[in-house]
Design a protein around this ligand. Structure first.
Ligand code: ADP
Length: 326
Protein backbone atom coordinates (compact mmCIF):
# COMPACT_ATOMS: atom_id res chain seq x y z
CA UNK A 1 0.00 0.00 0.00
CA UNK A 2 1.56 3.31 -1.12
CA UNK A 3 1.89 5.92 1.62
CA UNK A 4 -0.41 8.88 1.30
CA UNK A 5 0.95 12.08 -0.24
CA UNK A 6 0.56 15.02 2.14
CA UNK A 7 2.30 17.93 0.41
CA UNK A 8 2.49 18.45 -3.33
CA UNK A 9 4.98 20.41 -5.42
CA UNK A 10 4.03 21.62 -8.91
CA UNK A 11 6.38 22.89 -11.61
CA UNK A 12 6.47 23.75 -15.30
CA UNK A 13 9.56 22.62 -17.19
CA UNK A 14 11.13 22.72 -20.66
CA UNK A 15 9.40 24.59 -23.48
CA UNK A 16 6.46 26.73 -22.35
CA UNK A 17 2.99 26.16 -23.76
CA UNK A 18 -0.26 28.14 -23.49
CA UNK A 19 -2.53 26.44 -20.96
CA UNK A 20 0.22 25.67 -18.45
CA UNK A 21 -1.30 28.28 -16.13
CA UNK A 22 -4.70 26.60 -16.32
CA UNK A 23 -2.98 23.33 -15.34
CA UNK A 24 -1.16 24.97 -12.39
CA UNK A 25 -4.45 26.47 -11.22
CA UNK A 26 -6.19 23.09 -11.40
CA UNK A 27 -3.42 21.34 -9.45
CA UNK A 28 -3.37 24.01 -6.74
CA UNK A 29 -7.14 24.25 -6.35
CA UNK A 30 -7.65 20.46 -6.36
CA UNK A 31 -4.95 19.95 -3.73
CA UNK A 32 -6.48 22.67 -1.52
CA UNK A 33 -9.92 21.17 -2.04
CA UNK A 34 -8.56 17.99 -0.45
CA UNK A 35 -6.79 19.95 2.32
CA UNK A 36 -3.38 19.08 0.90
CA UNK A 37 -0.69 21.77 0.97
CA UNK A 38 0.85 22.73 -2.35
CA UNK A 39 4.10 24.48 -3.30
CA UNK A 40 4.85 26.17 -6.60
CA UNK A 41 8.40 25.35 -7.70
CA UNK A 42 9.93 28.14 -9.80
CA UNK A 43 11.80 27.73 -13.10
CA UNK A 44 11.28 24.00 -13.54
CA UNK A 45 13.82 21.67 -11.97
CA UNK A 46 16.09 24.68 -11.28
CA UNK A 47 13.75 25.72 -8.46
CA UNK A 48 14.06 22.27 -6.93
CA UNK A 49 17.86 22.31 -7.13
CA UNK A 50 18.12 25.92 -5.87
CA UNK A 51 15.34 25.69 -3.29
CA UNK A 52 13.16 28.30 -4.97
CA UNK A 53 9.61 27.33 -3.98
CA UNK A 54 6.57 29.22 -2.75
CA UNK A 55 3.55 28.07 -0.83
CA UNK A 56 0.45 28.48 -2.97
CA UNK A 57 -3.03 29.44 -1.85
CA UNK A 58 -6.25 29.69 -3.79
CA UNK A 59 -5.69 33.38 -4.52
CA UNK A 60 -2.22 32.80 -5.95
CA UNK A 61 -3.83 31.16 -8.98
CA UNK A 62 -6.66 33.67 -9.39
CA UNK A 63 -7.14 35.17 -12.86
CA UNK A 64 -4.43 33.09 -14.53
CA UNK A 65 -6.59 30.57 -16.44
CA UNK A 66 -6.67 32.89 -19.47
CA UNK A 67 -2.95 33.75 -19.48
CA UNK A 68 -0.29 32.34 -21.81
CA UNK A 69 3.21 31.52 -20.53
CA UNK A 70 3.58 30.17 -17.00
CA UNK A 71 3.40 32.08 -13.72
CA UNK A 72 5.86 29.58 -12.20
CA UNK A 73 8.34 30.32 -15.05
CA UNK A 74 10.11 27.51 -16.82
CA UNK A 75 13.71 26.58 -17.55
CA UNK A 76 16.06 23.96 -18.82
CA UNK A 77 18.17 22.75 -15.89
CA UNK A 78 21.60 21.26 -16.58
CA UNK A 79 22.22 20.25 -12.97
CA UNK A 80 19.18 17.97 -12.96
CA UNK A 81 20.87 15.69 -15.51
CA UNK A 82 23.49 14.88 -12.84
CA UNK A 83 22.90 12.64 -9.78
CA UNK A 84 24.32 15.38 -7.50
CA UNK A 85 21.80 17.91 -8.82
CA UNK A 86 18.90 15.53 -8.30
CA UNK A 87 20.10 14.72 -4.75
CA UNK A 88 20.18 18.44 -3.97
CA UNK A 89 16.64 18.75 -5.36
CA UNK A 90 15.46 15.85 -3.20
CA UNK A 91 16.92 17.37 -0.03
CA UNK A 92 15.21 20.67 -0.77
CA UNK A 93 11.86 18.96 -1.26
CA UNK A 94 12.35 17.08 2.01
CA UNK A 95 13.08 20.37 3.81
CA UNK A 96 9.60 21.55 2.82
CA UNK A 97 8.02 18.16 3.51
CA UNK A 98 6.98 17.80 -0.17
CA UNK A 99 6.27 14.14 -0.90
CA UNK A 100 4.60 14.23 -4.31
CA UNK A 101 5.32 16.12 -7.55
CA UNK A 102 3.34 17.25 -10.56
CA UNK A 103 5.55 18.02 -13.56
CA UNK A 104 3.98 19.93 -16.44
CA UNK A 105 6.21 19.69 -19.50
CA UNK A 106 7.34 17.72 -22.51
CA UNK A 107 9.08 14.40 -22.90
CA UNK A 108 12.43 15.77 -21.67
CA UNK A 109 10.77 16.86 -18.45
CA UNK A 110 9.19 13.41 -18.12
CA UNK A 111 12.60 11.77 -18.52
CA UNK A 112 13.82 13.88 -15.61
CA UNK A 113 10.74 12.99 -13.54
CA UNK A 114 11.14 9.31 -14.27
CA UNK A 115 14.81 9.35 -13.32
CA UNK A 116 14.02 11.25 -10.12
CA UNK A 117 11.20 8.93 -9.04
CA UNK A 118 13.43 5.89 -9.70
CA UNK A 119 16.06 7.26 -7.35
CA UNK A 120 13.96 8.78 -4.58
CA UNK A 121 10.75 8.04 -2.70
CA UNK A 122 8.86 10.94 -4.30
CA UNK A 123 6.14 9.93 -6.75
CA UNK A 124 5.84 12.09 -9.88
CA UNK A 125 2.86 12.72 -12.14
CA UNK A 126 3.45 14.12 -15.63
CA UNK A 127 1.07 16.42 -17.48
CA UNK A 128 1.77 16.73 -21.22
CA UNK A 129 2.48 20.44 -21.71
CA UNK A 130 3.90 20.96 -25.18
CA UNK A 131 2.75 22.75 -28.32
CA UNK A 132 4.38 20.00 -30.44
CA UNK A 133 1.94 17.17 -29.49
CA UNK A 134 4.86 14.74 -29.75
CA UNK A 135 3.83 12.54 -26.81
CA UNK A 136 1.94 9.24 -27.06
CA UNK A 137 -0.84 8.22 -24.66
CA UNK A 138 -3.00 11.30 -25.14
CA UNK A 139 -5.12 12.79 -27.91
CA UNK A 140 -4.22 16.29 -26.76
CA UNK A 141 -1.26 18.06 -25.22
CA UNK A 142 -1.65 21.33 -23.36
CA UNK A 143 -0.83 24.20 -25.76
CA UNK A 144 -1.17 22.39 -29.07
CA UNK A 145 -4.63 23.69 -29.93
CA UNK A 146 -3.63 27.29 -29.18
CA UNK A 147 -0.45 26.99 -31.25
CA UNK A 148 -2.40 25.59 -34.21
CA UNK A 149 -4.98 28.37 -33.98
CA UNK A 150 -2.23 31.00 -33.82
CA UNK A 151 -0.58 29.49 -36.90
CA UNK A 152 -3.92 29.38 -38.74
CA UNK A 153 -4.62 33.05 -38.02
CA UNK A 154 -1.16 34.04 -39.28
CA UNK A 155 -1.32 31.83 -42.40
CA UNK A 156 -4.78 33.19 -43.32
CA UNK A 157 -3.23 36.66 -43.36
CA UNK A 158 -0.29 35.49 -45.44
CA UNK A 159 -2.73 33.93 -47.90
CA UNK A 160 -4.46 37.27 -48.46
CA UNK A 161 -1.22 38.92 -49.56
CA UNK A 162 0.05 35.94 -51.55
CA UNK A 163 -3.23 35.80 -53.49
CA UNK A 164 -2.97 39.53 -54.23
CA UNK A 165 0.54 39.11 -55.68
CA UNK A 166 0.35 35.62 -57.23
CA UNK A 167 3.06 34.40 -54.92
CA UNK A 168 4.31 31.05 -53.77
CA UNK A 169 4.80 31.05 -50.02
CA UNK A 170 6.72 28.65 -47.83
CA UNK A 171 5.56 29.03 -44.23
CA UNK A 172 7.54 27.41 -41.43
CA UNK A 173 5.76 26.36 -38.25
CA UNK A 174 7.14 24.94 -35.01
CA UNK A 175 7.15 21.29 -33.96
CA UNK A 176 10.85 20.31 -33.85
CA UNK A 177 10.78 16.78 -35.27
CA UNK A 178 6.98 16.42 -35.04
CA UNK A 179 4.73 17.45 -37.92
CA UNK A 180 1.43 17.91 -36.07
CA UNK A 181 1.33 21.71 -36.06
CA UNK A 182 2.15 21.68 -39.80
CA UNK A 183 -0.44 19.02 -40.55
CA UNK A 184 -3.24 20.64 -38.56
CA UNK A 185 -2.55 24.26 -39.53
CA UNK A 186 -1.89 23.25 -43.14
CA UNK A 187 -5.15 21.37 -43.42
CA UNK A 188 -7.09 24.18 -41.74
CA UNK A 189 -5.70 26.78 -44.18
CA UNK A 190 -6.07 24.68 -47.33
CA UNK A 191 -2.31 24.45 -47.90
CA UNK A 192 -1.40 23.01 -51.30
CA UNK A 193 1.53 21.13 -49.76
CA UNK A 194 2.51 20.12 -46.24
CA UNK A 195 6.02 18.88 -45.48
CA UNK A 196 6.51 17.02 -42.22
CA UNK A 197 9.56 15.28 -40.72
CA UNK A 198 7.70 11.97 -40.35
CA UNK A 199 7.48 11.54 -44.14
CA UNK A 200 10.41 11.98 -46.50
CA UNK A 201 9.60 14.85 -48.84
CA UNK A 202 9.74 14.02 -52.53
CA UNK A 203 11.13 17.34 -53.78
CA UNK A 204 11.41 16.40 -57.49
CA UNK A 205 7.72 15.49 -57.38
CA UNK A 206 6.93 18.78 -55.60
CA UNK A 207 8.83 20.75 -58.26
CA UNK A 208 6.98 18.90 -61.00
CA UNK A 209 3.57 19.61 -59.50
CA UNK A 210 4.46 23.30 -58.98
CA UNK A 211 5.69 23.59 -62.60
CA UNK A 212 2.48 22.01 -63.79
CA UNK A 213 0.49 24.42 -61.62
CA UNK A 214 2.44 27.32 -63.16
CA UNK A 215 1.60 26.05 -66.67
CA UNK A 216 -2.06 25.96 -65.64
CA UNK A 217 -1.71 29.56 -64.47
CA UNK A 218 -2.09 28.57 -60.82
CA UNK A 219 0.65 30.71 -59.34
CA UNK A 220 -0.56 30.83 -55.77
CA UNK A 221 0.74 27.94 -53.75
CA UNK A 222 1.09 27.61 -50.02
CA UNK A 223 3.62 25.16 -48.63
CA UNK A 224 3.60 24.60 -44.87
CA UNK A 225 6.78 23.05 -43.50
CA UNK A 226 7.93 21.99 -40.02
CA UNK A 227 11.04 23.67 -38.57
CA UNK A 228 12.78 20.28 -38.17
CA UNK A 229 12.35 19.42 -41.83
CA UNK A 230 15.33 17.58 -43.37
CA UNK A 231 15.84 20.28 -46.05
CA UNK A 232 16.32 23.04 -43.50
CA UNK A 233 12.81 24.40 -42.98
CA UNK A 234 11.34 27.26 -45.01
CA UNK A 235 14.71 28.74 -46.05
CA UNK A 236 16.11 25.39 -47.22
CA UNK A 237 12.98 24.50 -49.19
CA UNK A 238 12.60 27.90 -50.82
CA UNK A 239 16.29 27.96 -51.88
CA UNK A 240 15.77 24.57 -53.49
CA UNK A 241 12.57 25.71 -55.23
CA UNK A 242 14.20 28.89 -56.56
CA UNK A 243 16.81 26.83 -58.39
CA UNK A 244 14.17 24.84 -60.24
CA UNK A 245 11.44 27.47 -60.61
CA UNK A 246 13.33 30.66 -61.60
CA UNK A 247 10.12 32.39 -62.78
CA UNK A 248 8.19 31.93 -59.54
CA UNK A 249 7.86 34.71 -56.96
CA UNK A 250 8.79 32.72 -53.87
CA UNK A 251 8.60 34.16 -50.35
CA UNK A 252 9.13 32.66 -46.92
CA UNK A 253 7.66 33.30 -43.49
CA UNK A 254 8.89 31.75 -40.27
CA UNK A 255 6.13 32.02 -37.68
CA UNK A 256 8.47 31.35 -34.74
CA UNK A 257 7.70 32.10 -31.13
CA UNK A 258 4.30 33.72 -31.65
CA UNK A 259 3.08 30.10 -31.69
CA UNK A 260 4.12 29.65 -28.05
CA UNK A 261 2.37 32.68 -26.66
CA UNK A 262 -1.11 34.09 -26.32
CA UNK A 263 -4.24 33.34 -24.41
CA UNK A 264 -5.00 29.59 -24.45
CA UNK A 265 -8.02 28.38 -26.42
CA UNK A 266 -11.04 27.04 -24.53
CA UNK A 267 -9.95 23.52 -25.45
CA UNK A 268 -6.48 23.98 -23.94
CA UNK A 269 -7.93 25.50 -20.75
CA UNK A 270 -10.37 22.62 -20.42
CA UNK A 271 -7.91 19.77 -20.98
CA UNK A 272 -5.40 21.48 -18.67
CA UNK A 273 -8.07 21.75 -15.97
CA UNK A 274 -9.10 18.11 -16.35
CA UNK A 275 -5.51 16.86 -16.39
CA UNK A 276 -4.51 19.02 -13.41
CA UNK A 277 -7.43 17.75 -11.36
CA UNK A 278 -6.61 14.13 -12.17
CA UNK A 279 -2.90 14.59 -11.45
CA UNK A 280 -3.74 15.36 -7.84
CA UNK A 281 -6.29 12.54 -7.70
CA UNK A 282 -3.53 10.17 -8.87
CA UNK A 283 -1.21 11.27 -6.05
CA UNK A 284 -3.99 10.89 -3.48
CA UNK A 285 -5.08 7.50 -4.77
CA UNK A 286 -1.56 6.03 -5.02
CA UNK A 287 -1.43 5.89 -8.84
CA UNK A 288 2.20 6.93 -9.08
CA UNK A 289 4.70 7.80 -11.81
CA UNK A 290 2.24 8.10 -14.65
CA UNK A 291 1.46 10.68 -17.31
CA UNK A 292 -2.14 11.84 -17.30
CA UNK A 293 -3.61 11.90 -20.80
CA UNK A 294 -7.01 12.01 -22.45
CA UNK A 295 -7.91 9.38 -25.05
CA UNK A 296 -11.41 9.24 -26.59
CA UNK A 297 -12.53 11.74 -23.96
CA UNK A 298 -11.51 9.48 -21.08
CA UNK A 299 -8.59 9.85 -18.74
CA UNK A 300 -5.66 7.60 -19.66
CA UNK A 301 -2.70 6.93 -17.36
CA UNK A 302 0.56 5.94 -19.06
CA UNK A 303 3.59 4.91 -16.97
CA UNK A 304 6.22 7.65 -17.34
CA UNK A 305 8.82 5.22 -18.72
CA UNK A 306 6.43 4.30 -21.55
CA UNK A 307 5.38 7.90 -22.15
CA UNK A 308 8.97 8.99 -22.78
CA UNK A 309 9.65 6.18 -25.26
CA UNK A 310 6.52 6.14 -27.40
CA UNK A 311 5.78 8.78 -30.04
CA UNK A 312 2.43 9.53 -31.57
CA UNK A 313 2.17 8.24 -35.10
CA UNK A 314 0.93 10.33 -38.01
CA UNK A 315 -2.39 9.12 -39.35
CA UNK A 316 -2.09 8.38 -43.10
CA UNK A 317 -5.75 9.29 -43.56
CA UNK A 318 -4.80 12.92 -42.86
CA UNK A 319 -2.16 12.91 -45.59
CA UNK A 320 -4.61 11.38 -48.05
CA UNK A 321 -7.11 14.14 -47.28
CA UNK A 322 -4.46 16.85 -47.85
CA UNK A 323 -3.54 15.18 -51.17
CA UNK A 324 -7.19 15.00 -52.29
CA UNK A 325 -8.09 18.57 -51.30
CA UNK A 326 -5.05 20.51 -52.52
P1 ADP B 1 10.76 19.40 -22.73
O1 ADP B 1 10.21 18.94 -21.43
O2 ADP B 1 10.01 20.57 -23.28
O3 ADP B 1 10.93 18.26 -23.72
P2 ADP B 1 13.70 19.46 -22.24
O4 ADP B 1 14.00 18.32 -23.14
O5 ADP B 1 14.58 20.65 -22.35
O6 ADP B 1 12.22 20.04 -22.44
O7 ADP B 1 13.73 18.94 -20.73
C1 ADP B 1 13.46 19.83 -19.65
C2 ADP B 1 14.38 19.54 -18.49
O8 ADP B 1 14.13 18.22 -17.99
C3 ADP B 1 15.87 19.55 -18.80
O9 ADP B 1 16.41 20.84 -18.84
C4 ADP B 1 16.41 18.76 -17.62
O10 ADP B 1 16.49 19.56 -16.46
C5 ADP B 1 15.33 17.69 -17.42
N1 ADP B 1 15.71 16.44 -18.11
C6 ADP B 1 15.52 16.11 -19.41
N2 ADP B 1 16.00 14.88 -19.69
C7 ADP B 1 16.53 14.40 -18.54
C8 ADP B 1 17.20 13.21 -18.15
N3 ADP B 1 17.43 12.23 -19.03
N4 ADP B 1 17.62 13.09 -16.88
C9 ADP B 1 17.39 14.07 -15.97
N5 ADP B 1 16.77 15.23 -16.27
C10 ADP B 1 16.35 15.41 -17.52
Amino acid sequence: MAKKVTKIGVLTSGGDAPGMNAAIRAVVRTALYHDVEVYGILRGYSGMVENDMIKMDSKSVSKIIQLGGTVLKTARCKEFYEPEGRAKAYNNLKKHGIDGLVVIGGDGSFKGAQQFSNEFDIPCIGLPGTIDKDIAGTDFTIGFDTAVNTAVEAIDKIRDTMEAHNRLFVVEVMGRDAGYIALHSGMATGAENILIPERKANLPELIQSLSQAEKNKKYVNLIVVTEGDEYGGADGISNYLRLSLPGADIRTAILGHIQRGGSPTANDRIIASRMGYHAVQCLLEGRYNVMVGIVNDEMRYTPLDKAVKAKQSINDEWLQIVEALH
